[in-house]
Design a binder for this molecule. Structure first.
Ligand code: F3S
Length: 408
């Protein structure tokens, strides 16, 4: 069935508001109609993608084409991390042609009017939709956070479609834009005693593996939990499965009151015990880790609170000469912590700030220097061994710091 358009949407489709909007409307109708969308919803913001590591030449040319057509974002639009660290790619040994392609992509998205955010945590960078607002976000961890923690509404928007939403302020209405598709389907009880930061990652990994793309209602998450813990839980459930929305009962906005199942029977039910957490932690380490070469943290990007925690753990310690430590974060968190003197002290202790970039979607530079990585991110543990052919140890931040540092 043909999608029903408002007069303004029809004008965009007819080309009355420029070639780029027309192109975007055509593309969204082509994808929306087979999905059963009958109309568009207005979106208040977009999280787009522009990392060369996953968009490649085709994505670079697509963005360039939209920019050449004169496309301009009409709602606030941020984007995922870039595939290179802007300030240090050369000294770190990134390939010139690869870097040039990423910069080309950057030029196009800036021409389109996207904000220079380059992070998977746009919700700490001013892109903060309210409960019930429709957005069109890409990148699974950001989507999970928007839906679950903020209570905004988005599907896992494909990269090509997210930019179309930014140019038009619209997205086809299907999936999680409907109330009835946001109810819990699986009951998960967490019964594992006191939870550490790492446990939240591991809980997410277990849930993603078990529930696929069902919507879980999680019982047993304390109300005092941090935003960082919820960020990791969601990122891990989205990477080990394809969970785009989950409810932490008594914690997240759509499960604060009442029954998250609205009277329906769960399609599945299970309990996460301490034994399961320990078992899963072990399974996330690869088979033959050697001596650790590199500690990576910040997937999703580290917040100010996480940098402060790392800084505390680094007091009186420095990175050993034969090892490295990289913190992936936003430019804003890095700048704030630099002004506080924290980043200066971390750098003096041998830590490298990796700003506005991501290790999963970029080459692991270092000319074969890194063979065994250690990380406290379940999402890193899910992806890095296969992406970069390395051995990996999954452990708490405390253990990670210990593995690559020595007392001063
Ligand atoms: Fe962010 Fe890259 Fe991890 S986009 S969530 S740092 S895989």
């Amino acid at each position: 069935m043909a999608m029903k358009l408002t007069p303004y949407e029809q004008e965009m489709l007819d080309g009355k508001h420029g070639e780029a909007k027309q192109f975007a409307m055509r593309a969204m109708i082509k994808i929306g109609e087979p999905l059963g969308a009958e109309e568009f919803v207005e979106v208040v913001s977009v999280q787009a993608m522009a990392h060369f590591g996953s968009l490649h030449i085709a994505g670079r040319d697509y963005m360039r084409k939209l920019a050449c057509m004169g496309g301009k974002c009409c709602v606030p639009c941020t984007q995922d991390p870039a595939s290179i660290p802007w300030d240090t790619w050369e000294e770190m040994g990134y390939d010139r042609e690869y870097a040039a392609n990423q910069m080309d992509l950057c030029k196009s998205v800036m021409q389109l009017g996207e904000y220079h955010a380059w992070s998977c945590t746009p919700y700490v960078q001013g892109n903060v939709p309210r409960v019930g607002q429709n957005v069109a976000w890409a990148e699974s961890s950001a989507v999970s956070y928007a839906n679950s923690v903020l209570g905004a509404r988005t599907n896992r928007t494909p990269a090509g479609l997210a930019v179309c939403a930014a140019l038009t302020g619209r997205i086809p209405k299907f999936g999680l834009y409907f109330d009835e598709n946001r109810k819990a389907q699986v009951k998960v009880v967490v019964d594992a005693g006191e939870l550490s930061d790492l446990d939240y990652n591991t809980i997410g990994i277990i849930i993603g593996k078990r529930v696929g793309n069902y919507i879980p209602a999680i019982y047993g998450i304390p109300a005092s939990t941090t935003n960082e813990n919820l960020k990791y839980l969601g990122a891990c459930a989205a990477s080990s499965g394809s969970v785009a929305l989950w409810h932490a009962v008594g914690v997240t906005p759509e499960a604060l009151h009442g029954d998250p199942f609205e009277g329906r029977e769960p399609v599945m039910e299970f309990t996460i015990t301490r034994e399961m957490l320990t078992e899963t932690e072990k399974s996330l380490c690869t088979k033959n880790p050697g001596e650790v070469d590199l500690y990576v943290t910040g997937c999703p990007h580290s917040s100010v609170a996480e940098i402060v925690k790392l800084h505390e753990l680094m007091k009186g310690r420095r990175v050993r000469k034969d090892k490295d430590m990289w913190i992936f974060t936003t430019a804003e968190a890095c700048n704030m912590m630099r002004r506080s003197g924290v980043v200066g002290e971390l750098e003096a202790a041998g830590v490298r700030m990796m700003v506005q970039t991501c290790l999963v979607i970029s080459p692991l530079v270092g000319n074969g220097k890194y063979k065994t990585l250690i990380t406290d991110s379940g999402k890193n543990a899910s992806y890095l061994p296969s992406e970069h052919g390395i051995e990996l140890i999954y452990a708490s931040m405390e253990k990670c710091v210990e593995a690559v540092t020595e007392p001063v």
